[in-house]
Write a protein that binds this ligand. Sequence first.
Ligand SMILES: Cc1cc2nc3c(=O)[nH]c(=O)nc-3n(C[C@H](O)[C@H](O)[C@H](O)COP(=O)(O)OP(=O)(O)OC[C@H]3O[C@@H](n4cnc5c(N)ncnc54)[C@H](O)[C@@H]3O)c2cc1C
Length: 389
Amino acid sequence: MEKLGLSFELTEEQLDIRRAGREFCEKEFTPELALELDRKEEFPMELYRKAAKLGFTSMRFPEEYGGQGYGILEECLVIEEMCRADSSLGIAVTATTFASDLILAHGTEEQKEKYIPPLCRGEAISSGCFTEPARGSDLASRLDTRAVKYGDTWYINGTKTFITNAPVATFFIVLCQTDPKAHPPHRGQSLFVVDRDTEGLEVSKLKDKMGIRPSVTGEVSFNDVKVTDDALLGELNKGFYYAIDFFDESRVAVAAQAVGIAQGAFEIAFKYAKEREAFGQPIIQFEGVSFKLVDAATLIEAARLLTYKAAWLIDQGKPDPLITSMAKTLASEVAVKVTEWCIGVLGGYGYFGDYRVERFHRDAIVTTIYEGTNEIQRLTTLRYLLRRF
Ligand SMILES: Cc1cc2nc3c(=O)[nH]c(=O)nc-3n(C[C@H](O)[C@H](O)[C@H](O)COP(=O)(O)OP(=O)(O)OC[C@H]3O[C@@H](n4cnc5c(N)ncnc54)[C@H](O)[C@@H]3O)c2cc1C
């Protein structure tokens, strides 16, 4: 498998970034806040602004636009630390720039100047609108959200659903069908950036999510939303290709979320197992408990290494969708499995909110679904394996 093999080491600077993330979370991520926002399904706006001001949400953005000028690996280290400290708050705070990479990659200088600096300062939040009520995995088929041009004006109509940050976003990056006759249909799709206050754009909050409840989700409807060519992102009818390239890199962040969630739950359960006594000894003395924790630590380390490798490859300018899909699949399934084991280690206490592992488990499940379900990741992995072996 040497075709997969490249190695790396974390630098002193990267270790410092991880330490800084940990210190921030120890001070700001209180279990009470997480519990309250989980109950209310409310976004942690104040916490997000604090994190943004310290640069934690703009790690990978270039310094010229107010970002920290680091790579995806440094961003993953922050995501991991925040999700380790608290899965719900961690995801809510770090997913606030979702899809804005598309502006950096394909936007005009005016678009970059308009949207990226406020994002880095914590004065804006982005949202990426791809999924529709009738299609999520199958984005290559003809989209129901259409953009039609009359004169100089584009008219956008349609509905996007399950959109992260929609209730709090200041702008939306929207995948639309611009050529309804294109064959195959994805050759006729384009991306637009639409400001929240544009007439005809409406957001409704989706409630009763299983997990990541402080990371608010919504449905976005477009009713004759008028934009000009200034809102078009990159070239006309290239949107699908831009989106696929974006997801091939962005889903490493989901892997980092999953690694952090698993690590956080593991640490809670490990500490508990050393302190809780049954039959006259700490329960960690029972192999039924300790072997589960050993397996959890082993799986987390494997998922972490694959995640770092996927991130590192992107930072080296050699993004590898095979490794990114493998990392997302492995890490998300490790997170689901480990958090479930951790509930078991805590027994009845694990099933209630106080020890947080039940919430970490609820939060872990979404990492197997969004930014491409794990079935879709397996299809991607297979496609690349067939090409290489
Ligand atoms: C909390 C949350 C936040 C989200 N945030 C966003 C966001 O910000 N922006 C956005 O655009 N979307 C977002 N999504 C949507 C998410 O990306 C989709 O839910 C996901 O891509 C799956 O699409 P779907 O729900 O339509 O399921 P479907 O595509 O209908 O799939 C249903 C099931 O069929 C399986 N399936 C489908 N096709 C195949 C196949 N070819 N082979 C094998 N199995 C297959 C899937 O794996 C899945 O198990 C979010 C979702 C959630 C839950």
